[in-house]
Unconditional design. Structure first.
Length: 196
């Protein structure tokens, strides 16, 4: 049985979903018994046209900005159509009723952007999310990223760089696998029943 999880990550031009734009979207389906690097995945650069953003966010996404300057990327509508087609195909291919989302900052950040995008279809997803960012907690609060994240990526041989959506989605999935055992048979069976 496959665990009904999809890890999603986006990169944006800032933190305000009313004003800022999505630059990249990636998703990884948690296929049991398969290394994270070999799980079915989706990734696309989004060309927002005229960019509205914060300097720190544009700097953090410098590689994506370079790709956009070379003419890579598609409009958000085109990318969202392709993402929903990929989710639909994954749902049918693996017999999943509804997916649970996993994200580093899923509920409070990524989801706030995605739910505003025409074409984002809530019907594919349950209302429950796994927020792996909470694993970065310290006595002083929750770090945005930790040594744990980087060490895990090396240990799991995850290719890419931080602040690339596909890399972050894969590391988020690996974190959920290790710390919440999302591939354990008992947990997967319970979640599959709940998702139906």
């Amino acid at each position: 049985m496959n665990s009904p999880y999809i890890a999603i990550d986006i990169e944006t031009t800032g933190t305000d979903p009313e004003r800022h734009q999505i630059l990249e979207i990636a998703a990884v389906y948690n296929r049991q018994g398969v290394d994270v690097m070999d799980c079915p995945a989706f990734q696309s650069i989004v060309d927002p046209g005229e960019i509205v953003g914060e300097p720190y966010a544009l700097n953090m996404n410098a590689r994506t900005m370079e790709r956009l300057a070379r003419g890579e990327g598609d409009s958000l509508n085109v990318v969202m159509d392709r993402l929903m087609d990929w989710v639909d195909d994954t749902q049918h291919r693996f017999g999943i009723a509804r997916f649970h989302l996993i994200g580093k900052n899923g509920g409070k950040f990524d989801y706030q952007f995605l739910k505003r995008v025409p074409g984002w279809d809530e019907d594919y997803f349950s209302h429950r999310h796994l927020e792996v960012g909470s694993l970065f907690s310290t006595p002083g609060g929750i770090d945005s990223q930790s040594d744990l994240y980087a060490a895990l990526a090396v240990d799991a041989k995850i290719e890419g760089d931080p602040h690339e959506a596909l890399y972050d989605a894969r590391v988020s999935l690996e974190l959920a696998r290790r710390f919440w055992q999302v591939t354990s048979g008992r947990v997967a069976a319970e979640l599959s029943k709940d998702a139906a």
